[in-house]
Write a protein that binds this ligand. Structure first.
Ligand SMILES: Cc1cc2nc3c(=O)[nH]c(=O)nc-3n(C[C@H](O)[C@H](O)[C@H](O)COP(=O)(O)OP(=O)(O)OC[C@H]3O[C@@H](n4cnc5c(N)ncnc54)[C@H](O)[C@@H]3O)c2cc1C
Length: 399
C-alpha cells in the first residue's frame, strides 16, 4: 500500500466511526485523504449503546429508543428516577455502523480497507519515510500483510496489548450478557426502563440487571457485574432466565438476539497520544472506570479532536480538571469495592437515595459542580470513603 494520507483511522468501531462521522459531516475534511482500516466489515449487531444526554448530537437520526424515566431497584432503596433534563437513549450497533458506512460510501476522499493492523510505526521508521513523501509524515501503520500506510495523524482505537496488570491500579471488569426477548402478550412499559436492579444475588460482587423495553412486547434484559474476574457462561444465562421468570413474571417469550461484552473498569492511566498517534475509544481510556459507560465520552473526545484539527491546534490534549477529578472519584469507588469496604449495591442505593438523579448522571459524566460532588460524597459513609479518597489522592499525586 505504502500510500500517504492526511489521516488514518485504525479501528472503525464506536470511536473510529464517531470520529469519521464528525469528519464526514464537516466540509473542512472534504479535501483530506482519509484511510479507514478495520479487520471486520462491521455488519453485525454486536452491541447496543445506551447513554444519557440533554441535547441531541450527530447520532440522533439513528436513536432506536428514548426513555424519560428510569427505575432504580435495590433491597435498600427503590425509586423512579426523574432524569430530566436528560433523556436515556439507545443506539443499536448495526444501525450505527450502517449509518456511518452509508454516509462515507459516496465520499471519494475516504478509503475503507478491511485489514488487520499489526502495529503503529515507530519514530525512526517514520523519519526514514519523510524524505520520499509529499505529505508531512508523522504517523503510520503496518498491516498484517506487511504493507504500510502513512499520514499526518493516526487515530487508533485498537488495543494492541492487554491492559498492563499494574499492582498500583484496580482492574475491574464490567461484564454482561443480554437477551433481547419478545413476549406473546404486552407486558412492558416502553416509556420506562430499568436502569439498575440490584435485587439479584450479590454473591459474585456488584451485580445488577437492566431492562430496556422498546415496545410493549420487546425488551433487552442484561445481567451485569462489576467484578475483578469473569464467570462461566451458564451463570449469566441462568441469572437472566431466573430474573425473567421470577422478577418480570414472564413465562412465554422468545429470545430474538443475544449480546455479551466485557469492558475494562480500571484506574490504569491509558496514554492519549504518542507523537501523532492519537489513541481513542477504550484504547484512549474513554471507558468510565466506575461505570463502564464510554459512548458519551467517545463523542466528547472525537468532537474535541475535530475542533482541534480545524483550528490547527495540537492534539496533545491532556485530561481536563473535570476529567482528573472524575478519575479520582472513580479510583475511590474501585478502592472501596476492591477492599470490600462497602458493597456496590449499597453504594449506588445511597447515592440515588440522597441526590437528584440528574445530579448523579452529571457526576457520572464528569460534568458536575464541586458543590454537587460534595453533596454526592456526603451521601455515602465518610468513615469509609474519606480514607479511601486520601489514599487515592496520594497515589495520583505520585503518578
Ligand atoms: C456489548 C457491549 C455493550 C456496550 N454497551 C455500552 C453502553 O450501553 N453504553 C456505553 O456508554 N458503553 C457501552 N459499551 C462500552 C463501549 O461504548 C464500547 O465498547 C465501544 O464500542 C468502545 O468503542 P471503541 O471504538 O473503543 O472499541 P470498538 O467499538 O470495539 O472498536 C474497535 C475496532 O477496532 C477493530 N480492531 C481491533 N483490532 C484490530 C486490528 N488489529 N486491526 C484492525 N482493526 C482492529 C475492531 O474490529 C473494532 O471495529 C459496550 C461495550 C460492549 C462490548
Amino acid at each position: 500500500m505504502n500510500k500517504d494520507y492526511d489521516y488514518i483511522v485504525a479501528g472503525a468501531g464506536c470511536a473510529g466511526m464517531s470520529l469519521l462521522m464528525r469528519m464526514a459531516s464537516d466540509s473542512y475534511f472534504s479535501s483530506k485523504k482519509i484511510l479507514v482500516v478495520d479487520a471486520d466489515d462491521k455488519s453485525l449487531n454486536d452491541r447496543t449503546w445506551c447513554f444519557w444526554e440533554k441535547e441531541s448530537d450527530i447520532f440522533e437520526p439513528i436513536v432506536h429508543h428514548v426513555w424519560e424515566e428510569l427505575d432504580f431497584f435495590s433491597t435498600h432503596f427503590s425509586t423512579v428516577l426523574d432524569i430530566a433534563p436528560y433523556q436515556y437513549k439507545m443506539i443499536r450497533g448495526i444501525d450505527f455502523y450502517a449509518y456511518v458506512k452509508n454516509t462515507i460510501a459516496s465520499m471519494p476522499n475516504i478509503e475503507w480497507r478491511k485489514a488487520s493492523v499489526k502495529r503503529l510505526l515507530g519514530a525512526t521508521e517514520l523519519l526514514a519515510t519523510q524524505t520520499t513523501s509529499t505529505h508531512q509524515i508523522t504517523a503510520g501503520i503496518e498491516l498484517n500483510d506487511g504493507t504500510t500506510a502513512f499520514a499526518s495523524y493516526v487515530f487508533s482505537s485498537i488495543l494492541f496489548d492487554p491492559i498492563p496488570a499494574t499492582s498500583n491500579d484496580y482492574h475491574f471488569l464490567q461484564h454482561f450478557t443480554g437477551w433481547e426477548i419478545e413476549t406473546s402478550s404486552p407486558v412492558f412499559n416502553p416509556g420506562r426502563a430499568v436502569f439498575m436492579d440490584f435485587r439479584v444475588s450479590q454473591e459474585h460482587g456488584t451485580t445488577f440487571m437492566y431492562v430496556l423495553p422498546t415496545s410493549a412486547t420487546t425488551a433487552l434484559v442484561e445481567y451485569t457485574l462489576f467484578t475483578e474476574s469473569l464467570l462461566p457462561d451458564e451463570v449469566y444465562e441462568n441469572a437472566i432466565r431466573d430474573y425473567i421468570k421470577s422478577e418480570l413474571k414472564i413465562q412465554n417469550y422468545s429470545i430474538m438476539h443475544r449480546e455479551k461484552g466485557v469492558i475494562p473498569m480500571t484506574t490504569f492511566s491509558f496514554p492519549r497520544y504518542q507523537g501523532n498517534h492519537i489513541y481513542i475509544g477504550i484504547a484512549g481510556g474513554e471507558a468510565k472506570a466506575s461505570s463502564g459507560y464510554a459512548f458519551k465520552s467517545i463523542q466528547k473526545r472525537t468532537a474535541a479532536i475535530v475542533n482541534a484539527l480545524k483550528q490547527g491546534k495540537s492534539l496533545e490534549i491532556n485530561k481536563t480538571f473535570s476529567e482528573k477529578k472524575g478519575q479520582l472519584y472513580d479510583a475511590v469507588l474501585l478502592h472501596v469495592l476492591h477492599y470490600q469496604k462497602m458493597p456496590g449495591d449499597e453504594i449506588f442505593a445511597a447515592i440515588f437515595k440522597g441526590n437528584k438523579a440528574s445530579s448523579v448522571l452529571s457526576f457520572l459524566d464528569n460534568e458536575s459542580s464541586l458543590f454537587t460532588d460534595l453533596k454526592i460524597m456526603s451521601s455515602v459513609p465518610t468513615g469509609i470513603f474519606l480514607p479511601a479518597a486520601l489514599q487515592e489522592m496520594v497515589k495520583q499525586a505520585k503518578r
